[in-house]
Write a protein that binds this ligand. Structure first.
Ligand SMILES: Cc1ncc(COP(=O)(O)O)c(C=O)c1O
Length: 384
């Protein structure tokens, strides 16, 4: 069976974990946290990096660092993971949903423009599969209006747009190192900080609301409670896995890119004949080979195709359900209030399919998965 995703070990992973366990410093902010943070900073244009227990926690820390509250209106795409929205919903902010571009599957500048209001104070982007054409333009739009920008870059480590790494445009950005990501330590994340004015506050909030980090650096002689915060440190024993993964990233990215390119080669010429649409990777963007996503033709029954491909030993998957149509949103909407439609999101969500892509795969696996997809569409998965 070709699995949809799996953790692929890096050469030094076990050695670093053993070293961490033997060192006595298994808790947060130890030597492996420093090593992983340095490597992440180098890959994100020098952003300040705070490792967190997950991408979800990084987003929550971002919302708290910005002091988001009921006074804030946050614009974000509906086609994203619940964590993107939870971080701001938990602070009582008003959420406004934006549509996605039908080619990149991400919220780009026109969709953001349509959703902004004079009350918008925060914008959150989520480059789907690490593909964003307009993040630089979005950053300029936000700066011109005094709006703070947060990037949910959970898919986007190693991706660039307009020549700059994604995750380096927002004042704050979040990365995820969940098992399903290109670089993984089981569960893990990072807050990236490009605005130095936010760094001290984020560091305090992450350390139970204290200035313990400054104490450990010898900058103050005792640490004290400064803010209402929480504990958002990644255990150093997990940072050891992350450091080994990051050390090996060039090689693992080369392999992922080769798999992605092979899918593209096998499927790009089938688009017209089969009515498929591959996710676009426009000029000026560099995707990170995080996922291989496509839109199925309207006549294909996606659930039947997924089942049929499993029978061919290939695990494929759908993705997000639009958040603006979620049961939670239906409950919190005021009585009589209607949801503005997001036509591209609503058209994309039921037809999006992701193909398996992970370091444990070979080019032959990609050929097998591509052939199973083509066969499935041609023969079996018709009907509604
Ligand atoms: C777009 C997006 N944002 C946030 C997250 C949350 O990351 P984590 O699973 O590390 O909490 C994910 C998780 O997969 C994601 O896909």
């Amino acid at each position: 069976m070709i699995l949809f995703t799996r953790h692929c070990s890096a050469p030094n992973e076990t050695r670093y974990v053993s070293e961490s366990l033997a060192s006595g410093h298994t808790e947060g902010d130890g030597p492996f946290t420093r090593m992983a943070s340095r490597m992440l900073s180098e890959r994100t244009a020098g952003a300040r990096v705070l490792l967190t227990p997950s991408g979800t926690h990084a987003l929550e820390l971002a919302a708290l660092t910005l002091d988001v509250g009921p006074q804030d209106e946050v614009v974000l795409p509906s086609y994203t993971f619940s964590s993107t929205a939870n971080a701001f919903a938990l602070r009582g902010a008003r959420l406004r949903w934006a549509d996605v571009d039908p080619h990149t599957f991400s919220m780009e500048a026109p969709q953001l423009e349509a959703a902004l209001t004079p009350r918008t104070t925060v914008v959150v982007t989520m480059p789907y599969g690490g593909v964003s054409q307009d993040t630089e333009r979005i950053a300029r739009m936000c700066a011109a209006r005094g709006i703070r920008l947060v990037e949910d870059a959970a898919h986007a480590l190693f991706a660039t747009t307009s020549g700059k790494p994604l995750g380096s445009f927002g004042q704050l950005s979040a990365l995820s190192f969940h098992r399903s990501k290109n670089v993984s330590c089981g569960e893990g994340g990072a807050l990236l900080i490009t605005d130095p004015a936010l760094a001290v506050r984020a560091e305090i909030l992450r350390e139970k609301g204290t200035d313990r980090s400054r104490f450990l650096r010898g900058e103050v002689d005792k640490y004290t409670w400064q803010e209402a915060g929480s504990s958002w440190l990644l255990a150093d024993v997990l940072a050891a896995v992350l450091a080994a993964q990051l050390e090996h990233a060039e090689e693992s990215q080369r392999h992922r890119m080769a798999l992605w390119n092979r899918y593209h080669e096998r499927l790009v010429d089938q688009q017209g004949r089969l009515g498929l649409q591959l996710q676009a990777t426009p000029e000026g963007t560099q995707h990170p080979a995080h996922l291989f996503a496509l839109r199925l033709p309207a006549h294909v029954n996606r659930a039947a195709l997924i089942q049929r491909m499993a029978g061919d030993q290939v695990r494929v998957a759908s993705h997000y359900e639009p958040l603006h149509l979620s049961p939670l949103q239906a409950r919190v909407r005021a009585e009589g209030e209607t949801t503005p439609g997001l036509p591209e999101t609503e058209a994309l969500a039921p037809r999006l399919l992701r193909l398996p892509l992970h370091g444990g795969m070979s080019l032959e696996d990609v050929d097998h998965a591509s052939a199973a997809l083509i066969r499935g569409i041609e023969q079996g998965a018709r009907g509604s």
